[in-house]
Design a protein around this ligand. Structure first.
Ligand SMILES: [Zn+2]
Length: 306
């Protein structure tokens, strides 16, 4: 049994340029598109979100600073540079994430092929190649529609931004598997949320070089029990591919089939969407996007009311 996948895309996702020699480069977008070009998916144009949409998860002042930089090149931190197209790309990333969330509300899965990535963007700060947090926008949208949402983040880096945004929230579970200690420094197992969000942050730190067996063990022992206890009804995958073997930044040894098996574990139980995060080896991005898309499509349709 299979279901159709909506793919959200826009030329600005390729045009965003953080500068010569930067690993988060436009060719990543081509590599992701290539993965889906032969598949029977519905291609949709990523709509441009606005400051109000960004402000559902970010502070207004930070949002206004980003919007004021449109058409220029600025540096938000030493790693996070923009080009004249970046604000349009970041607004389309959140616009597509919100549109995909609206489809997921009805049980329809999507993959958002966005650049720049988003999971390091905190409530009030762009960092780590990320400007606006598109996974957080999708999760917030679903939570406001009354859903209990898991954000599963298998990117090699901890998604400190997503954790920050939902730290005190009991209706969004942030669940991450990542290299630790590593950039950005957060993601210890002891970080579990606070207030009404206590227990709704689940971190599975892994040693450098971790491969399929270590990932599978941590997924079964740490991630799945937390997810089952949380009892979600919608899932957003922060789909980073820098944990795949051979990535120049990640330093992990996960394979695409093992990553896809984790995505499938979500998609076969709950309606699931994905947004692109990191991944810096072009052939691994193509492999990872193809495997993730197949997992989203091959899963039996979950009952949207379940
Ligand atoms: Zn990463």
């Amino acid at each position: 049994m299979s279901r159709r996948l909506c793919v959200w895309d826009h030329p600005s996702f390729g045009a965003h340029d953080p500068g010569p020699g930067h690993p988060e480069r436009g060719a990543r977008h081509d590599a992701a598109r290539r993965a889906l070009s032969g598949l029977d998916v519905d291609w949709l144009i990523a709509p441009r979100g606005d400051g109000d949409l960004a402000a559902t998860v970010h502070d207004r002042r930070f949002v206004d600073d980003v919007l004021a930089s449109e058409g220029r090149s600025v540096a938000f931190d030493p790693d996070t540079h923009t080009s004249p197209d970046t604000v349009d790309a970041a607004l389309r990333a959140i616009g597509a994430a919100a549109a995909a969330a609206d489809l997921l509300d009805r049980g329809v899965p999507s993959f958002v092929l966005a650049r720049p990535p988003g999971h390091h963007a905190t409530r009030d700060r762009a960092m780590g190649f990320c400007v606006f947090n598109h996974a957080a926008v999708a999760a917030e949208r679903l939570a406001r529609a009354g859903h209990r949402v898991v954000v599963f983040d298998p990117d090699a880096h901890h998604g400190n931004g997503t954790q920050d945004i939902f730290w005190e929230r009991g209706d969004v579970l942030y669940a991450s598997m990542h290299r630790f200690p590593f950039y950005p420094g957060t993601g210890a197992a002891s970080e579990r949320g606070a207030g009404p969000g206590l227990g709704a942050t689940c971190n599975a730190p892994l040693r450098a070089g971790a491969g399929d067996a270590a990932y599978q063990a941590a997924f079964e022992r740490i991630i799945l029990p937390a997810v089952r206890a949380f009892a979600p009804d919608r899932v957003v995958i922060s789909a980073g591919f820098d944990a795949l073997d051979g990535d120049p930044l990640g330093g992990m040894a996960l394979t695409a089939p093992a990553l896809a098996a984790m995505v499938r574990a979500f998609a076969e139980r709950w309606p699931t969407m994905a947004v692109l995060e990191g991944g810096y080896d072009l052939s691994r991005i193509t492999e990872g996007v193809a495997a993730t898309a197949a997992a989203l499509m091959a899963a039996p349709r979950a009952d949207p009311e379940a």
